[in-house]
Design a protein around this ligand. Sequence first.
Ligand code: 13P
Ligand code: SF4
Length: 357
Amino acid sequence: MTIADLPAHAGARLEVPPAPVWPTLGPAEKDALRARIKALLARERAVLVAHYYVDGDLQALAEETGGCVADSLEMARYGTTADAQTLVVCGVRFMGETAKILNPEKRVLMPDLGATCSLDEGCPAEPFAAFCDAHPDHTVVVYANTSAAVKARADWMVTSGIALPIVRHLHARGEKVLWAPDKHLGHYIERETGVDMLLWPGACVVHEEFKGFALDRLRRLHPKAAVLVHPESPDEVVDQADVVGSTTALIKAVATLPHEEFIVATDAGIFWKMHQLAPGKRLIPAPTAGEGATCESCAHCPWMAMNALQNLEEVLRRGHNEIRIDPGIRARAVVPIRRMLDFAAEQGIGTAPAPRR
Ligand code: 13P
Ligand code: SF4
């Protein structure tokens, strides 16, 4: 593994905002708001495309109204097949941008355009392009959690659900791989595939907080629990996992493994879907607190938390917060995304959410 030697600002940790606190709604107020959103979705011929990390109310509404709740790969794919004029992406900005790049004829709205991602912010287009230029003999593979401009410089885009088979495929063709921006996911892929990659030094501020020593202690308290880990986590956490995978893979594990208890090292938003599919099972959040921690419990993405019923209603009403992409960037960025989707289709790699029990 070679971690890129880059200017100090590239891949640096950014200031993480506190998660917004939304006013609590009483049952009648919430029902009325949900009814108004449903009417607006019908009026605008819009569907909701939501990630597993957003608030459970949004996930429930997406399902009830014929939209989708999924991981990044399925969200990208869903937008291309949805029979709707408007996609309302409840997630973070790179998810809205991917939807727009793939569906330029559709209107793509987001409840809050400020919902970013530390991986995206830590990989600015200019130094990234310089890094690629310095290694012209490498195939450039970028994670979905990047800007449109970074994707425009890439050969392939991948998500956590498809990164391993794509890197194996490139290695089998004798290609050298430059990987950005998540160093933990990149290192996990290196260890699984044996491929030596050039890594950009980015990290997810949520997954990086999981603590290996505290997880070890928790496992001793729950020896029968299966440990589920998203591969954006550090090595010492991944090393203790029974299952490492995308959000969909972790949800499927809860629904299908015989265990009654699970320790879960990923964003807490995922518990909504896990509870829905396996209501009797005990889900224990992996520890983020303890020695060396920068917060007590920070396993919730502050940018995913910017999505709520309140600003969803507002964006449907006003039509503001529309994703727009420069046409030149879009024309280049669509190539690595399409390559990934074509590969997934050829290989029959599906990440559809687990069925209801
Ligand atoms: P998935 O593609 O596994 O849903 O991951 C997206 C993400 O941002 C995880 O932090
Ligand atoms: Fe980005 Fe991490 Fe938030 Fe996922 S959880 S969107 S990787 S900051």
